[in-house]
Design a protein around this ligand. Sequence first.
Ligand code: GYE
Length: 305
Amino acid sequence: AGTAAAEVPALKQKQTYKVGFAQTESNNPWRIAQTDSMKAEAAKLGYQLVYTDAAGSAAKQVADVNSMIAQGVDVIFLAPREEKPLIPAVMAAKKAGIPVILLDRSVDPKLAKPGQDYLTFIGSDFVKEGQRMAEWLAKNANGKSKIIELEGTTGSSPANDRKKGFDEAIKAAGNFQIVASQSGDFARDKGRQVAEALLQAHPDADIIYAHNDEMAIGAISAIEAAGKVPGKDIMVLSIDGGKEAVGLVAEGKIAAVVECNPRFGPKAFETMARYAKGEKIEPWVINDDKFYDSTNAKAELPNAY
Ligand code: GYE
């Protein structure tokens, strides 16, 4: 009660725009593919892109958005590193009359709303990604049952939702046990370190479910360092579907990957244009994800980012 429920700021139709893109970090191929896609689309349209990289710091990302506001950008594309700390940035842009479009990650739905505080969230259904992986596992586990879960960045929407979707569906499937669940911060080396420690603490674990490719690839190194064979002794499951991971599916080291496509550029700028034209924008522009396992990895490899 008492909170201002004003609309998302309007966007004029113009020949060209100055557009902000506040990236969260650049430490993996997924982020780099996303940045490349945004830069390429801006260049194609002849728009000026103000690009910032928060280098893994939510505080820096808030400062980056504030600097974009000061520079008077027309629109801000924001990939919020975590669900809560970026709320002030969303609200500051709204207050300054600049529409925000959330890209790939979302913010806490209780604290900011699409169509009100920001225009829309463009991205995958992370709960469904986790569910799909659990459902695939329930059919293809081959007697394996003890799961180590490597979570993404704590407090980020994909980590929260990939955990929720997977944990609920795996519980419903029965027969499985999540023996440990810990954050590897969506990073390869952190994933390797956490997997190494958890494999030591739980020598009977026979499945690793990683919230992204980077941690899955790190986990493969940990499995091999422990003298075990990925794909045989331990089944590895991942999300993202970059070339390296899809190649590892084809090799049999990763069993399955839910795709999460980072090529946001065309959809991001198209959504912005639809808004400028006066179209009503849906609260969530959902990306559809493919699924890779041994049946299609080889054929799909050329399409992976
Ligand atoms: O899965 C991960 C990245 O937010 C959906 O972030 C994105 C995730 C992606 O660092 O690899």
